[in-house]
Design a binder for this molecule. Structure first.
Ligand SMILES: CC(C)(COP(=O)(O)OP(=O)(O)OC[C@H]1O[C@@H](n2cnc3c(N)ncnc32)[C@H](O)[C@@H]1OP(=O)(O)O)[C@@H](O)C(=O)NCCC(=O)NCCS
Length: 178
């Protein structure tokens, strides 16, 4: 991987940052959009943009990576989690094509996982196209404890952020040893 650029800044997305979401989307090629949304998405509709920018510290956290300074700051990537169960959230991320392969995705994902841990989430999961090598490698690095399961064209990646609860079989084995 290329060395990460030092000019990158990561910050939480604000609910007023609707344009930032649109800008990042505009920087994605057709295949990146397909990989991100697991299907063809030509453009973001108003309701989609609303949903993607509807941040909430308790259920929808979004981080944005930016390059440049002051008013010339340009958003180049987003990473988000959406809580979809008790202490569990789905994660997703995207980096504009012009900035892919420079470590931005890894930095965003690491920051997102740190935030998820800080907020007490116990498990995260992601659905990744089976041929999305970049995303799968990124997850391997950032969540080395993750388990993967392939379902047709997609891979479900699940990772505990805390010690997983003991399975009944492990519990019995422990009792037996004791
Ligand atoms: C997946 C994605 C976010 C990765 O972001 P990135 O900034 O390019 O990733 P990084 O530079 O941090 O690299 C992450 C890993 O992917 C590898 N990688 C990057 N681009 C790659 C490519 N085109 N082909 C194969 N591997 C690639 C890197 O080498 C690195 O692996 P390593 O640490 O073993 O060297 C980016 O490619 C993207 O936005 N893709 C489209 C949207 C998408 O797939 N989102 C994920 C859906 S869950």
């Amino acid at each position: 991987m290329m060395r990460p650029s030092r000019r990158i800044r990561i910050r939480p997305l604000a609910s007023t940052d609707r344009d930032v979401v649109g800008e990042v989307f505009a920087g994605l090629s057709r295949s990146s959009r397909y990989a991100r949304y697991l299907g063809a998405v030509e453009g973001l509709t108003g309701p989609m943009l609303d949903a993607l920018s509807d941040v909430d510290p308790d259920r929808h956290v979004v981080l944005v990576a930016e390059v440049g300074h002051g008013r010339r700051r340009i958003p180049v990537g987003l990473a988000r989690y959406v809580v979809d169960g008790p202490a569990r959230a789905e994660i997703a991320y995207e980096v504009v094509d012009a900035w892919q392969g420079r470590g931005v995705g890894t930095r965003l994902a690491r920051a997102l996982i740190a935030e998820a841990r800080r907020r007490g989430l116990a498990q995260v999961h992601a659905t990744v196209l089976a041929d999305n090598t970049a995303s799968l490698r990124l997850l391997e690095r950032v969540l080395p404890q993750a388990r993967t399961r392939r379902h047709g064209d997609v891979v479900e990646v699940t990772a505990w952020l805390v010690e997983p609860p003991m399975e009944a079989a492990d519990l019995l084995a422990d009792l037996h040893v004791a």
